[in-house]
Design a protein. Sequence first.
Length: 629
Amino acid sequence: MLDKMREGAKGWMAKVLLGLLVLSFGAWGVPDIMSFRFNSPLATVGDQDISGPEFAQAYDRWLRSYQQQTGQTITPEQARVLGLDRAYLNEMIRSAALDGEAKKLKLAISDAQIVDMVKANPAFHNSQGVFDPARFADVLRQNGLTEAGFVASERDRFLRSSVTDTATWNFSPPGTLKEVVYRHRNEQRDARYFVLRPAEQDVPAPTETDLKTYWEKNSTQFTAPEYRVIAVIKAEPQDLAPTIQISDAELTAGYEKYKLDYYKPELRTILQIPFPSIDEAKKAKDRIASGTDFMAIAKERGLTDADASLGEVSKDKIFDTIIADAAFGLTQDQVSDPVQGKLSVVLLKVTKISPEKQSTQDEVKTELTQRLQLERARNEVQTTYDAIEDARAQQKSFEDIAKEVKLPLNVTPQVDIRGQGKDGKDVDVPFKEGVLKQAFESDTGIENDALTTPSGGFVWYEVREVTPSAVKPLDTVKTEVETAWRAQKLREIALEKAKQLVERARNGVTLDVLAGEAKAEIKTVQGLKRNETTNEFGSDAVSALFAVPENGFAYAPEGDGKGAKIMQSQAVLIPTYDPNSEEAKTIGKALADGASNNLATAYIGDIQNELGVKVDETMWRQVTGANAN
C-alpha cells in the first residue's frame, strides 16, 4: 500500500523498496535480540549509529509486512543464503549516509510543506478528489503506521531524494544513443538457408585412446556426485497432533468456540439485468410475464451469460444491500419487480437456493478433533524442542532421543544434494530442501542447530556418512563415453563442412549449387530480429546471420548438434527512427532510468566513502544468527 501511496516518487529509497519486494519472499521473526546487551553499534556511518535492535526490529517489521501482503514464507536459513538480511542492512547504511549528507548540506522541509504533500497525495482523497482525514487514518492503520511515524518517514524520504536528485535530476540520454538503440533493436533480416546433416556413418569408430582421452578431458560428465547418509528427526505440529487426546469436554468447548466456522449461510444463484430506468425494467418484466425468457432479454441488452450472473453467493457478498435484500426475498425461479439499487435499476431472478446449515458437533467431530489436536500441538512443539535439546546436551544418540519423544527417526539411504539416490530415484527426506542444503554444508561428527519450518516446527539432522564425489571408472561408463564422443565428432564434422561450404560461397559459388551438392532443400525466413528466435532459428543462427552484411554468408550449429545451418543474408531492413514514437520514448526512459540509477549508486558510494562506514561483524552474527557475508 505504501508503494501506491508513494507512486511516482523518484527517490532512490522507493526504487530500492521495489527492488526488494521483487524478491518475493515472506517473513519470520528474527532471532530474539533482546537476549543480548549491545554496548556498541552494529554499523556506524559517519557520526550516525545503527544499533543491533534498531536493525532487527526494522528488518522484522518489513518482512512481516511483506508476508501479510503476499502470504509467502521463507525460512531464516534460506533468506540468509540469499543475502536478504545483508541487503536490508546495506539499505539502512545508504539511508544513514544520505541523512548525513542532507544534514551537511543543511537541507530541511517545514511541517507545513509535509502537510501539503500529504494532502496532495491521491491515496488519501475521497471520491470527490478531496483530502479525507478518515481515509488518511484508515490507510495508516492498515499499514501499522502512526501519523507521526508516517510524517517522519515522508520527511526522511523527501530529504534523501533531494540529495540524490542533485546527481540524477532531469537526466536525458543523447538523441543519437536512443536512435542507435532503436535501430539495433528493430533491424530485420530475411535469409535463405539450408541445413547440412552429416550421416552417422561419417563418424569413424573411436579407438580406445580416443575414448580414454575424451573421458579424461570431460571427466565432469562422468563424475558421480557426493552422497551422504543423513539422520533426521522432525517435530512439526502435524507430527505431534495425532498423539494428543481430546476429551469430550474439550470437544464441546471447541465446538462452541468454532461453531460459526461450521455454519454455511444460505446461498443463491442469481441472475441480474440492469436497465437505464424503472420504466424500461417494467416493460421487460411484462415481457417475461408473457413468456419471454429472462436470458433472452439479457442477451438483447448485450449481456453474456457471465455478465448476467452474480454466481452462487451469500447475502453478505452482494455489495448493494438493496439488491441483496430483494434477491434474498425471492422464491426459486421468481423474477423480481424492478429494483432501484444504489447504482442502477435491475431485474433479478433466483435460479437455485441452497439453504443455510449449521453442522452439529457430531457431524464435525472428526474435523474438529483434528483441529483441536493441531491447536494443542502448536503449543507442545516448544516442549518437544526443549526436551530434544536437553537430550542432545546430554550427548544422547538420535535413536534414543527419538524413542524418548516418541517421534520417528528417518535415516536416509545415500542421497545426493538434489535428493536422489544412487539409483537416480528421489529419496524421501523430511523437510527436504532445508535439510539437504544444510547437511551438505556440514560434516560427520558435527552437532548442527535445529532448522525451523514454515509451520512453526523444528528439524534436527546429523550427517552419518559421506561418500565423496568421484569420477566413474572408464570401464563402467564406456557406452556413455562413446555416445558423447560420437555426438561431439558429428558436431565437429558438421561445422567443418559448413565452414568449407561458406568459404566456397564467399568465393562465388551460389547457395543453390551448394544445397544441390548437399541434397538439401533451400528454405527462406523473413523478418528476423536480432533479439528474437524462432523454432527454426535459434540464438546461434540469429547471431551468425546478424554478424554478416547483406548478401553475406554465415553458418551456425543446429540446436540438436547433429547438423549445421548455411545461411545467406538477404534484405536488411533498417527502420526509420521516429523520436516521437512510443517505443522511442520507452527506450529513452529505460536509458535514463538506468543511467540515473548508476549515477545515484556512484554518488551514494562516494558519500559513504567520505563519511566512512563500519560494520561490527561479530555483532552481525549475533543479531542474525549466521556467519558474516
